[in-house]
Design a protein around this ligand. Structure first.
Ligand code: AMP
Ligand code: ZN
Length: 496
């Protein structure tokens, strides 16, 4: 008996058993990146989470349709309606067209998606791959959507068409934002009826031209940011669909506004029935936090995946770091933490490499043996952990457990590891120990320094302080030095 799949619904603030709306299918929508700059690794945590969710649904044999959007229009520097359009602002700063900016940063995003083994467009055609939709392809559909809700739910100001949140029941339930404190966060635009009202269409101010603008019944302009997600999710998945995901910040403004639009469009009532929101479950990953502020895209050099790679950390070490925390917990970034995740990944990869070697020497047919039963139990435990609101920290320990089961055929263990990894996505089938040894950009370590570190490492090993000896090896590795224990030629290290 498999455990029921339980997921945390931010709308009800409860764990709920996943029951698909369409038999044997799962339809998921994930708010994607705004491509005005490189994604930081916090953003990528949101997509690792969505990827693990999608993989788990596939693992449970649901026919998955997973839509992730690319926002290339409409997102302002403030999530309410104040500030500038992020894309227009960056285009002006770089003196480039918005289309070029969008293309450049979309490609950078794909590179991160690929490096983190998130199922992306490069795997399109496979049944479980994600479908990526581009906001600007849907502007005519957004205008049609807005037209259908305008009379009953919107009003026009000089600056645009606004959604009146008092026209839908339970506005803000997702954010629990009916309090004054909640509403106080949303900046006022002159003439708005309610502080929380938001733009559906932003008119281009008289005398100005925007790089991206379209004609509409409310004048030339651009759609409000929240509109695109309602339109793309509704068109590509059909209302109501199963699961909507995003980072926890979206629980406050973006998703309540999407829900209000969905209620208006579908003519549904209050949110006691979550289906009225347009999706059955709303799931949010917590933030990756970094105390020194390097996560801010405006802070010059910020924490993007390429920075980790340049420092010699394999990108999948970051995926491992994400998996080590539950998606609803805050995760604090540190280089030490990333190093520890890399070491753990290395250990697993080395164990898998050994299993591959042993499996080659095994006879093909082997009689059933009790240790296989242990592996079956570990797989069941793994599945149960993942079914418990995607408990990846526990699931990882089950994968490690399988690699260490005694007297179980290596081929059997490999099969179990592969199944588990189809959900965790660490690419254990393809990854080698050598792949994990990245040479940091501009490594300049001198031989004396290396020899000194090796002497300290030998001493640590003599004292059986393996944590310390591993740490020294990792420090060397981060500087491009590969320590070669037991090398037949007797070389102890080389620059990789
Ligand atoms: P954006 O490109 O700003 O629209 O953000 C893309 C996604 O990343 C959204 O789902 C955000 O909620 C999420 N996000 C932003 N910052 C973080 C962070 N520090 N940790 C985790 N997720 C984040
Ligand atoms: Zn969205």
């Amino acid at each position: 008996m498999t455990a029921p799949l339980r997921l945390f619904n931010s709308l009800t603030r409860e764990l709920e058993t996943f029951e698909p709306i369409h038999e044997d299918e799962a339809r998921v929508y994930t708010c994607g990146p705004t491509v005005y700059n490189y994604p930081h690794i916090g953003n990528m945590r949101a997509y690792v989470f969505a990827d693990v969710l999608g993989r788990m649904l596939s693992w449970r044999r649901y026919k998955l349709t997973h839509v992730i959007n690319i926002t290339d229009v409409g997102h302002l520097t403030d999530d309410a309606d104040a500030g500038e359009d992020k894309m227009e602002k960056m285009a002006a700063e770089k003196a480039q067209s918005i289309w070029d900016i969008a293309k450049h940063y979309t490609e950078a995003y794909w590179a991160d998606v690929k490096a983190l083994n998130i199922r992306g467009p490069m795997k399109q055609g496979e049944p479980e791959a994600a479908h990526w939709s581009i906001a600007t392809d849907y502007v005519p559909a957004m205008i049609e959507f807005a037209k259908s809700i305008a009379d009953k739910h919107c009003y026009e100001l000089d600056s645009g068409l606004y959604f009146d949140v008092s026209t839908v029941a339970d506005y803000g339930r997702l954010a629990r934002a009916q309090t004054e404190e909640g509403e106080g966060r949303i900046e006022a635009v002159e003439g708005k009826r309610n502080a929380a009202d938001f733009a559906i269409w932003r008119k281009t101010p008289p005398g100005e031209t925007r790089q991206m603008e379209w004609d509409s019944p409310w004048g030339r302009g651009a759609p409000g940011w929240h509109l695109e997600c309602s339109v793309m999710s509704g068109q590509l998945l059909g209302f109501p669909f199963d699961i909507h995901t995003g980072g926890i910040d979206h629980r406050e403004i973006h998703h309540p506004n999407e829900i209000a639009q969905n209620q208006a469009f579908c003519c549904t009532n209050g949110l006691d029935d979550p289906l009225n929101s347009g999706a059955k479950l709303w799931m949010h990953n917590n933030f990756l936090v970094e105390r020194s502020g390097k996560m801010s895209k405006s802070a010059g050099e910020f924490l993007r995946l390429q920075l980790l790679i340049d420092k010699g950390y394999h990108p999948l070490a970051y995926r491992m770091m994400c998996l080590q925390a539950h998606y609803r917990s805050e995760l604090e970034f540190s280089w030490d933490g990333l190093g520890a995740a890399l070491t753990r990944l290395k250990r697993i990869v080395m164990a898998v490499e050994r299993l591959k070697e042993t499996a080659k020497a095994e006879p093909e047919e082997q009689p059933y043996s009790p240790p296989e039963g242990v592996a079956v139990q570990a797989l069941k435990d793994f599945d149960a952990a993942m079914a418990d609101d995607l408990n990846t920290p526990v699931a990882l320990t089950k994968l490690e457990e399988v690699t260490t089961i005694k007297k179980c055929p290596a081929a059997v263990k490999l099969g179990f590891v592969e199944q588990m990894d189809s959900v965790l996505g660490l690419n254990l089938a393809g990854l080698t120990r050598a792949d994990l040894r990245l040479r940091p950009k501009g490594a300049t370590i001198g031989e004396a320094e290396i020899e000194d570190a090796l002497v300290r490492r030998k001493a640590a090993r003599a004292e059986k302080d393996f944590a310390r000896s591993d740490a020294i090896r990792d420090e060397l590795s981060a500087q491009g030095v590969e320590v070669m224990d037991g090398d037949p030629l007797g070389w102890e290290w080389k620059l990789s």
